[in-house]
Write a protein that binds this ligand. Structure first.
Ligand code: M6R
Length: 592
């Protein structure tokens, strides 16, 4: 989950460059940060290290001695609280080695006990620190690369580790599960947990595979397999993202920028996504049983997919959240198609499920935003969302891109390709309309009124039900208002008990088969004192506040979700929170 960045090259300011790059990765974790470097001056007897608690964007690195080799980390706490001691890098007691780590070392207690028995002193509560001491122990008998390899082999769990040592020209990096990629610059080489950190330096990358380790020097890179120590061929890839895409531009927050990028992304999918949709549609046609899996926002895209496939393609697809799918793979066969939806392509809960599906010989299809990500590489057939880098923790444009492709695929399966493209085009126009100033001012005004609410509901029926779940997820993660997404028909089965005077309830009421029943549910809420925010084509007397939404059939779910995104954003701003970095969350969830 955390951000890792390292650099070795023709510079004296490796520490400062790593610090700046970590700012790009802050969305991976923002509890604390740290940078360690090998001092350029050969008479230095210790590594340099600077660590602080808090957001890196609010920090300064201060004086950091000249160095050509440095590694750094932004932390999202798992083992141990948010303290300077727990921040990475972790160093040995003599400050000869420094390591940064992502993942969870499952056998850390046992490793720590062995090291304690040998007299090592632990300063942090983290699992990560064991690696610094393991390395020191192994260094008693062998070289830095071999000690690193032997230490890595002792770890259980899904981990990525990067290390430096005083007097050594290399950064060493290994992964098993947690992502790492190398960047190839002109006179420097880089290691990063994430492409966003590399973009300002290079687009030429190599994704380290599970069980590989890298010896990275200014002029060379060697990749080897951890177990066999056998050298591997390096085939690099070019990233297709640019620097503008990873900066905020004139927007105050990444989330708002990403919301505004959506109409363009939808238009591009409408005009050029068909060939991709057809490839996936062919795999689904060949399969006997298709399963959509995703987590969080991705899971709600999957649920929406079940309605879209049923309505448009008259086809049954199953869905499950990534963390649960692994418990129901028993019925998979060689003929099953597992379609995994993910922005990052690194979500551990999805990867684990996919690996289990692979054991059952199911075909794996990935609908993913990050080229070269673990899911992308694991899949038999892949479709790139093309939404560009998403940096706000709350996923917005990747959700819309997933829905757009599901619409294209479903229409393709139904033999109605042109209607699919028209449907996504209409969604692009409806989204553009929601982003005009009249609508935005309306959302801002209503947000002001409801910002102090502790709870709220978002309801819808049919495909508006996953839309309600997605809108509620956005609102809760960014504004900390407890928002519950509900199938409107379920209210009377329990949740109505929670309605109190003034409780906001957002209602998605497109003029489809669900319209009347959804309005009835809204009336039940209003009768008990609820404050109804209606999202519909026409105003209705039950609505206390009204957001007009053009009806575009099944794709109305798209503008409705955009309204949910805007509410989440403006509620967060109204409450003076940071919409890009909600508490306790990180962008990429690479732990189980
Ligand atoms: O990268 P992924 O799409 O696999 O991420 C899945 C979830 O972690 C993600 O959608 C999360 O729920 C977002 N914070 C929601 O806005």
């Amino acid at each position: 989950m955390c951000g890792i960045f390292g650099l070795v090259g023709d510079t004296k300011k490796a520490g400062q460059t790593v610090f700046t790059a970590l700012k790009e990765l802050e969305y991976r974790g923002y509890d604390s940060w740290g940078v360690a470097g090998v001092p350029l001056h050969t008479n230095s007897t210790k590594l340099i290290c600077s660590k602080k608690v808090g957001k890196i964007l609010d920090s300064k690195i201060g004086r950091f001695a000249e160095s050509q080799i440095a590694i750094g980390h932004t932390r999202w706490a798992t083992h141990g609280g948010v303290t300077v001691q727990n921040a990475h890098p972790h160093l040995d007691s003599e400050q000869q080695v420094a390591i940064v780590h992502n993942g969870i070392i499952e056998n850390f207690a046992q490793l720590r006990d062995n090291l304690l028995a040998k007299g090592y002193v632990f300063r942090s509560e983290t699992d990560s620190e064991v690696f610094a001491h393991l390395l020191t122990e192994e260094l008693k008998t062998t070289t830095f690369p071999e000690a690193f390899r032997r230490s890595f082999m002792q770890l259980e769990g899904l981990n990525a580790v990067v290390a430096i040592k005083l007097g050594e020209p290399s950064i060493l990096a290994a992964r098993n599960g947690s992502p790492l990629l190398l960047g190839f610059g002109k006179k420097s080489h880089f290691i990063s947990s994430d492409p966003a950190g590399l973009i300002p330096h290079t687009k030429q990358v190599y994704y380290l595979e599970d069980g590989e380790y890298a010896e990275i020097q200014a002029n060379s890179v060697i990749i080897k397999t951890v177990r066999t120590n056998k050298q591997q061929k390096i085939v690099t890839k070019m990233l297709d993202w640019n620097v503008d895409q990873v900066s905020k531009g004139s927007f105050e927050h990444f989330m708002l920028k990403e919301i505004y990028e959506q109409p363009k992304i939808l238009s591009e999918i409408a005009s050029s996504g068909q060939a991709n949709a057809e490839r996936i549609a062919r795999c689904i046609t060949k399969s006997y049983g298709s399963y959509l899996i995703g987590c969080g926002t991705g899971a709600y895209a999957c649920l929406a997919g079940t309605y879209i496939f049923s309505k448009i393609a008259k086809r049954h697809v199953n869905w499950a959240v990534g963390s649960e799918f692994g418990y129901q793979v028993d019925f998979l066969t060689q003929k099953s198609a597992v379609i995994a939806l993910s922005q990052s392509g690194e979500t551990m809960d999805i990867l684990e499920s996919v690996k289990q599906a692979r054991k059952k010989e199911a075909t794996i299809l990935a609908i993913v935003n990050s080229i070269g990500s673990s899911l992308y590489r694991l899949a038999d057939e892949k479709l790139l969302l093309g939404a560009g880098p998403e940096k706000a923790v709350a996923s917005t444009k990747a959700f819309l891109a997933k829905i757009a492709y599901l619409l294209l695929i479903a229409h393709t399966l139904a033999g109605k390709k042109d209607q699919g493209a028209a449907c996504v085009k209409a969604a692009a126009a409806a989204t553009q309309e929601i982003l005009t100033s009249t609508h935005i001012n309306n959302v801002k005004k209503i947000s002001k009124r409801i910002a102090q609410s502790e709870h709220m509901f978002v309801i819808g029926r049919g495909v508006s039900y996953p839309a309600a779940l997605e809108a509620a997820l956005k609102i809760k993660e960014i504004s900390y208002i407890h928002a519950e997404g509900l199938a409107a028909g379920e209210l009377k089965h329990g949740a109505l008990a929670l309605i109190e005077k003034g409780l906001p309830c957002m209602v998605f009421a497109p003029k489809d088969e669900t319209y009347q029943a959804t309005l009835s549910a809204a009336m039940e809420v209003k009768a008990r004192g609820g404050y109804i925010i209606g999202c519909a084509e026409e105003r209705h007397e039950v609505f206390d506040a009204f957001i007009p939404v053009t009806d575009i059939g099944i794709a109305t779910l798209i503008p409705n979700v955009v309204i949910g995104q805007l509410f989440a954003y403006y509620l967060s701003v109204e409450k003076k929170l940071d919409p890009d970095k909600p508490r306790n969350l990180a962008k990429s969830v690479t732990v189980k």
